[in-house]
Design a protein around this ligand. Structure first.
Ligand code: C2E
Ligand code: MG
Ligand code: MG
Length: 740
């Protein structure tokens, strides 16, 4: 039960106590109690055993206790309590006066909280002086209380703010070489208090040598001119050996009377995450997201560095290998983009491992993960600069041959079939090479030249490398001009079709014609299809050009039939290019053109080259569609490229055309003659007809007749002719006036 509150009345100090416990400093005059009561600070006097002797009204007000409560003659109000700085209740024995008496020594500025019944907390700083008699025995204590609530709140606010801002704080006694820092600072660096010494020398040892120099410079400048802040980025070693990135800002806060720097204080801002984020962003900005190889910007920078190094360091050689994949677009179109992406990733992987394992030992410690170096110190960087274009930069190569050797190895590695899901994809690369021997002096020109050489490698038949030569630019310029002119040619009717007769070698007389396109250029005169068909293929003009030839040829045969009746050729052959064979609407176009001309499908023969038809599943599908229309199909130029008799049965063929190069060697070379014979036999066994191309002499015609070749074509009978000339040739042949 709480005792009833007694009326508040001043308590006279007990005489005995005053006599015995009189502080030696109290002067004579008014009683000490009166003096103490006049003080604006709270004062509490206790005897040597800690019992209350006197508390002045200021103490009563500060502690919010009535005088009787202050004198411990009445219990405090419920909810009133004394507490530690962290809010824990403070036991009576822990209170400043009791502690000072127990320890036998004075206390200065001991913080204590007074929990008030209304829920607020008042913070007091208590300084306790022990009172002693003449012989030095402790006779009591005098506690002086000051209200520090405002300062305490401000300090707490400051600490919270520093904590919330993630700031580490430090103070450096420059003369003693001692450091004081907060837990946040230690924590950010991965240390716990006690794990690292707090002398300046120990701190210095944790700082990266480069940072130490920067710190020294910043400090020197600040001490010379305090308006210049001492702000520096530091790398500090963590316990696990990694580096933390911090920004340290400090100011001089105290000097000795003679002006020497004495103390500095400052903050540490942990920048590790930001620095890592920046590094990640920098890496992402220079890395191709799909393959994780260096991207276009990074590759250009590397090339530029190589160019500059070659300029200032005689004997330093480099090479740029610019590569493009010959069947990438097709994979993308037929198997979908995901398969295309997968192909690119596999290509990147092959480049990586070919460069890593091919020439020697990897050295590491380069700017890019994808840089490698071989045992001779040649450094390789592989990058993807867009689409299916990759670049390999070789730095430190001895000569051009070394670059060519790497190109040969890469071609072989990249040509092996790729497994994409359940499909097997064949993709070769075309590589253009620029070495420092012929390189320009800026990265963009070097890359452009390498691209030009790559383009030349494609023109030369793909799956090969070509070393750049300045004359290639003229060639390229010509092909660009040809493309522009060809567009106009289609509109201006400069294209026309000529016809070369095909004759029956075993019987007699013509049995068909082959349609061959011609271009009468207003300035260049007659341009060979060998010059403009590749340009048409690359520019996409081939679709319109092919349709034009097909329509002209079918129309012409129908016309001859009307005009010549039984003298008209039995069929017309039209060449199809590789690109046309990939057009999805090809069979429908052919069907429509046949319907327009009124020709039976069997009167049309479409010629495709072997390398194309054999390799490509899309092309084979297209051929099956055309074959299903009833149109005949011929394999052109058999014997060139990767001829294989074995592939004949895989294609829906009616005719095999033996290439002119075989026919021209047939008389002198047993090898060529035997191959022609074998081709004719296999074709016949498979139910196919054979045509020998490029027969120029009667003896060639006789040989092929002996070898049982079905039909022939060549200058012996006629070169390709305009339609009216061919009509005259047909009439002459009927009259027996042409070679047999
Ligand atoms: P190809 O289809 O093998 O055509 C035969 C080529 O050999 C023709 O060359 C023809 O003029 C030539 N030739 C014929 N007999 C002889 C001979 O006895 N001696 C010699 N030296 N040459 C002979 P042309 O017209 O220059 O055509 C070259 C190639 O261009 C054609 O080879 C064909 O692959 C392509 N081509 C021609 N017209 C077209 C077309 O309309 N479309 C497509 N896609 N390609 C075409
Ligand atoms: Mg042909
Ligand atoms: Mg041919």
């Amino acid at each position: 039960m709480r005792p009833a509150r007694r009326p508040v009345q001043p308590v006279p100090p007990p005489r005995r106590r005053l006599r015995r416990g009189r502080p030696p400093c109290v002067p004579a005059g008014p009683s000490p109690a009166v003096l103490l009561d006049a003080l604006p600070h709270g004062v509490v006097l206790r005897d040597a055993r800690g019992r209350m002797v006197h508390g002045n009204p200021a103490a009563s007000a500060l502690l919010q206790l009535a005088p009787a409560q202050l004198m411990e003659q009445a219990p405090p109000d419920p909810g009133w309590q004394i507490m530690h700085a962290d809010g824990r209740p403070m036991a009576p024995a822990e209170r400043p006066s009791e502690r000072a008496l127990a320890l036998g020594q004075d206390l200065a500025d001991a913080l204590m909280g007074v929990g008030l019944p209304d829920g607020r907390t008042r913070w007091l700083a208590a300084s306790v002086a022990l009172l002693r008699n003449a012989v030095g025995d402790v006779t009591g204590s005098l506690a002086c209380l000051a209200d520090v609530t405002t300062q305490h709140r401000q300090l707490a606010l400051l600490e919270h703010t520093i904590d919330a801002a993630g700031l580490g704080t430090w103070e450096w006694d420059m003369r003693a070489g001692a450091m004081v820092c907060n837990d946040r600072l230690l924590h950010a660096l991965g240390y716990r208090r006690g794990e690292v010494g707090l002398t300046q020398r120990e701190w210095r040892a944790l700082v990266h040598p480069d940072s130490r120099r920067a710190w020294g410079r910043a400090l020197h400048i600040h001490l010379q001119d305090p308006r210049q802040p001492c702000r520096v980025e530091l790398r500090v070693r963590r316990p696990d050996g990694t580096w933390a990135d911090v920004v340290s800002c400090g100011v001089l806060i105290e000097r000795t009377p003679d002006g020497q720097p004495l103390r500095m204080a400052g903050i540490h801002i942990d920048m590790t995450e930001q620095v890592q984020m920046q590094a990640m962003l920098r890496h992402a900005a220079r890395t191709d997201g799909l393959t994780q190889l260096p991207n276009r910007a990074a590759v250009f920078d590397q090339v530029q560095q190589a160019v500059e190094r070659a300029a200032r360091q005689p004997g330093f050689g480099y090479a740029v290998l610019f590569m493009d994949f010959d069947r990438f677009k097709q994979t993308n179109d037929t198997l979908g983009h995901a398969a295309g992406d997968e192909l690119l990733c596999q290509i990147a992987q092959r480049l990586r491992s070919a460069l890593r394992h091919g020439d020697g030992v990897s050295r590491g410690n380069f700017a890019f993960d994808d840089e490698q170096a071989d045992a001779d110190g040649v450094q390789h960087t592989a990058g993807r600069i867009g689409g299916d274009e990759f670049v390999v930069l070789l730095e430190g190569i001895p000569d051009r041959e070394a670059a060519c050797a790497v190109a040969r190895r890469l071609l072989a590695v990249l040509a092996a079939p790729y497994t994409i899901g359940s499909s097997i994809v064949h993709s070769t690369a075309s590589i253009g090479i620029v070495t420092s021997e012929e390189a320009a002096n800026d990265a963009h020109t070097v890359m452009r030249d390498a691209d030009t050489a790559m383009y030349e490698a494609k023109r030369a038949g793909r799956a090969r490398y070509v070393v750049f030569h300045p004359s290639m630019h003229e060639k390229l310029a010509r092909s660009v001009a040809t493309e522009a002119d060809l567009r106009l040619a289609l509109q201006r009717d400069e294209l026309f079709v000529v016809y070369q007769p095909v004759v029956d070698l075993q019987g007699s007389g013509p049995c068909g014609v082959e349609a061959l396109v011609r271009w009468r250029h207003p300035v260049r005169g007659l341009v060979s299809p060998l010059d403009f068909i590749p340009v048409a293929e690359e520019s996409g003009l081939i679709a319109a050009l092919g349709a034009f030839v097909l329509r002209s040829a079918c129309g012409q045969l129908a016309e001859w039939r009307r005009r010549l009746g039984g003298l008209a050729p039995a069929s017309v052959a039209v060449n199809l290019s590789a690109v046309q064979l990939r057009l999805p609407g090809l069979a429908a176009d052919v069907q429509a053109i046949l319907a327009d001309s009124g020709l039976a499908p069997a009167a049309l023969q479409l010629e495709v080259t072997e390398s194309l038809a054999a390799q490509d599943e899309t092309a084979r599908e297209r051929l099956r569609e055309i074959k299903a229309l009833g149109v005949r199909i011929a394999l052109d130029d058999f014997g060139t490229g990767y001829s294989s008799l074995a592939c004949l049965h895989q294609l829906p063929l009616d005719t095999v055309k033996i290439d002119r190069s075989f026919v021209s060697h047939a008389e002198a070379s047993d090898y060529h003659r035997v191959l022609i014979e074998a081709t004719i036999r296999v074709a016949r066994t498979l139910g196919m007809d054979t045509v020998a191309e490029g027969i120029e002499t009667p003896s060639q015609a006789a040989l092929l007749r002996r070898l049982d070749c079905g039909r022939g074509q060549g200058y012996l009978w006629s070169p390709p002719l305009a339609s009216d000339a061919l009509e005259r040739w047909l009439l002459a042949s009927k009259a027996g006036r042409v070679a047999a």
